[in-house]
Design a protein around this ligand. Structure first.
Ligand SMILES: NC(=O)c1ccc[n+]([C@@H]2O[C@H](COP(=O)([O-])OP(=O)(O)OC[C@H]3O[C@@H](n4cnc5c(N)ncnc54)[C@H](OP(=O)(O)O)[C@@H]3O)[C@@H](O)[C@H]2O)c1
Length: 344
């Protein structure tokens, strides 16, 4: 499985800040919002007058990011007059599932609605690949997949409540998972090694082993988005749930990638703002009723996959076929519910 040509060489974004509408009155949660794509996403939402919460493991990192966002200017092409945005943070550490209930409670004590959650926090090729999360999961699985899954379970009632409010525009509530074209490196064919979820016994070694672990965690992000849509589309919920590849971007994510890889792909990488454009395309752009009510992966359907820098894409053929024809999303949901049940 390999990333598509159009993901490696995406066209220039067609939908940008000039197309974005006011987000006044709407509440956003952006995990990992103190750096990279999350920071750029939070900054744009703040200037569009949204109420934005970012998460970070460190209150000082979050505080510095917020100071910097407040001191920044909106993109030059933004049409919406800024000035009403609000931004705050909640400390969340995804490497320990036992801390998430309290963190989610703290967030929910500050807000009465949640219009979009951007599951952005993540790691790739961690500093020490043998290090595990508190619960013993390899970091890419624990941080990129199990923690956002559990967090989403805590936030579901608030998300459903927001979608049910008569004043909430149809299909405006969004659950967005930052996947990656790297999901193509997940175990074949379903994207999940069902009998070895932690990939502790993979036959791959070195970089290929870590790429497979990252790939599986990012495949799970696609699968969560699809399964969430399958469970909640229709039923008057008006929720749209999508996964995306934000593009190849200049952030701290690749710090442990081998030099040759950074040299090869370094020239293709864009500023983190381009990743935020992909996120915002999925997260705040209007989506037509028909697309929101249909489950699929092509032609703009709920549960689908978005390519950089804001286009409908297909993702891994095998993985999405598994979701649509073999019930792998429902299976993964069940597996993950079991894995996190001690922390709810
Ligand atoms: N950059 C790319 O080219 C690219 C390509 C494809 C997909 N993505 C995806 O985009 C997302 C954002 O990545 P990025 O490129 O913006 O990288 P980044 O700048 O390194 O941001 C990652 C964020 O994740 C948070 N994080 C890391 N470990 C965490 C933990 N244990 N608990 C809670 N939060 C944690 C960090 O927050 P704190 O350090 O503040 O806690 C940080 O803000 C990731 O999911 C990544 O897989 C990126």
């Amino acid at each position: 499985m390999a990333a598509s040509w159009s993901e490696i060489f995406p066209p220039a974004p067609a939908w940008t800040e000039k197309d974005m509408t006011s987000q006044a009155g709407r509440v956003f949660l952006v995990t990992g919002g103190s750096t990279g794509i999350g920071y750029e996403t939070a900054k744009a939402l703040y200037h569009l007058n949204g109420t934005v919460y970012i998460t970070s493991r460190s209150s000082s990192s979050a505080g510095s990011a917020i100071t910097s966002i407040k001191a920044s200017s909106p993109h030059l092409s933004q049409i919406v007059p800024p000035g009403q945005g609000r931004i705050d943070f909640v400390v969340m550490d995804f490497s320990d599932l036992s801390t998430l209930q309290q963190a989610a409670k703290e967030f929910m004590s500050k807000v009465n609605r949640l219009d979009a959650i951007i599951h952005n926090a993540g790691v790739m090729l961690p500093d020490n690949p043998d290090e595990t999360t508190t619960q013993g999961w390899y970091q890419q699985l624990g941080i990129n997949a199990l923690a956002p899954f559990l967090l989403q379970l805590f936030l579901n009632p608030l998300v459903l409540h927001t979608a049910s409010l008569p004043t909430t525009p149809p299909n405006s509530v969004r659950i967005i998972f930052l996947s990656s074209s790297g999901h193509q490196a997940a175990p074949s064919p379903d994207g999940v090694a069902w009998s070895d979820i932690n990939l502790a016994h993979t036959t791959k070694t070195g970089l290929r082993k870590e790429a497979e672990r990252y790939g599986q965690s990012k495949a799970m992000n696609c699968m969560f988005a699809y399964e969430f849509a399958r469970r909640y589309k229709g039923k008057g919920s008006g929720i749209v749930s999508l996964s995306l590849h934000p593009g190849a971007l200049k952030t701290g994510l690749q710090k442990n990638a081998p030099g040759w890889l950074n040299l090869l792909f370094g020239i293709l990488r864009k500023e983190a703002r381009f990743g935020a454009l992909t996120v915002l395309w999925a997260g705040i752009r209007e989506i037509e009723e028909g697309d929101a009510n249909m489950l699929g992966i092509k032609n703009g359907k709920n549960g689908g996959y978005v390519e950089p820098f804001g286009r409908w894409g297909g993702g891994s053929k095998d993985i999405f076929e598994g979701l649509m024809e073999r019930g792998t999303g429902e299976r993964l949901w069940g597996v993950c519910e079991e894995l996190v049940k001690g922390f709810r």
